[in-house]
Design a protein around this ligand. Sequence first.
Ligand code: ACO
Length: 375
Amino acid sequence: MEEISPGLENVYIKYTDLTFIDGNKGIMRYRGYDVNELAEKSSFEEASYLLLFGNIPSKEELKDFKNKISENLALPPYIHEIIKNAPENADALGIMQTALSALSETYINYQWKRDNDLKLIPKILGNTLSIVSNIYRIKNKLPIKDPVFDKNYATTFLKACFDKDVGEERSMAMDSALILYMDHEIPASTTSAIVTASTLSDMYSSLTSAIAALRGPLHGGAAESAYKQFEEIGYPDNVETWFNKNILQGKKRLVGFGHRVYRTYDPRLKTFKKYADELAETENQKKMLEIAKKLEGLGVKNFGSKGIYTNTDFYSGLVFNEIGFPLYMFTTLFGLSRISGILAHIMEYVETQERLIRPRAIYKGPGEKKYMQVD
Ligand code: ACO
């Protein structure tokens, strides 16, 4: 008798050398390296290289990789037009998805081969930085501009968005966020990309599938929803009443809590929480942080025994806000961070284990019916 596996829970679809997660102990590593250590000591370029090419780059390899990314920061004019012509209220992540999808036009009949794949990586990373920074610029009525590489990927991105240096600490926080969100084994978004890549569609189309899945509040949209939850609470003194009324009475789920894989704290939380503490500057940022901490305390007290703990999105939105980004950019920043991880997974799948993904559904509908024309 066939059975379904709802949510594909505990279904394994590939082997991987990329990210290791121990959900019970709260451990996460990229190719063996602890993710918080990478976030603290390495850079987006280094961690991307590690995931995509297989090793921490040498000085020369890193320089070459950065040069190649910087050579690919200019977008084709038709992508500028897509970003410019998006309606004022268009969703930032939706524009990113559309721009990536439009780039796939030039890669129809893409030949998946390690050499081709590796050549395309700096182009995709450079292009995506430009797409996302220009989405921010358009939303803030700034002219479209191709970024100029400055020091590293994170600093280049922030300068491209804000037209100014936001300081060392904020650049480091951005760099760490890009690393912490870079990969997470195969969540819904990466799985969507793998499904698309398994048809031997191209890399850009695979990324587009991932971005679509990232949007939902159960996944990439959670940082935005968690921040909205703090806004709804409004003041630290309201936390307990709000929690009792909404969460304990089962009216809402506590956003930024719970995870399909973790039964303890999400390991990435530690670094996000540190930056949330260090960067809180304005009265509002300090107030939001206080709300978050009080709410986290109640969440852990009430749900910890069920294995439901704080996930990374509880604090990441606070950090993005403290760096200078508005709410509507949060999921798009997550998308920007995740590109390297998604590319590494689809390459790993197609290059080594390629098999068209085509699951089955068990039919439960009516038996055969006789068709009768309306008249
Ligand atoms: N608040 C309250 N209860 C929760 C929460 C939560 N955040 N998360 C899980 N539970 C409870 C459920 O009500 C359920 O209880 P029950 O067995 O008594 O019915 C039990 O825990 C299991 O919940 P499921 O939804 O089956 O667990 P699942 O593995 O599907 O949940 C998910 C994972 C979707 C992330 C869930 O924890 C959730 O909705 N969290 C809030 C949204 C969120 O923070 N998403 C970000 C995820 S991280 C990321 O994508 C980067």
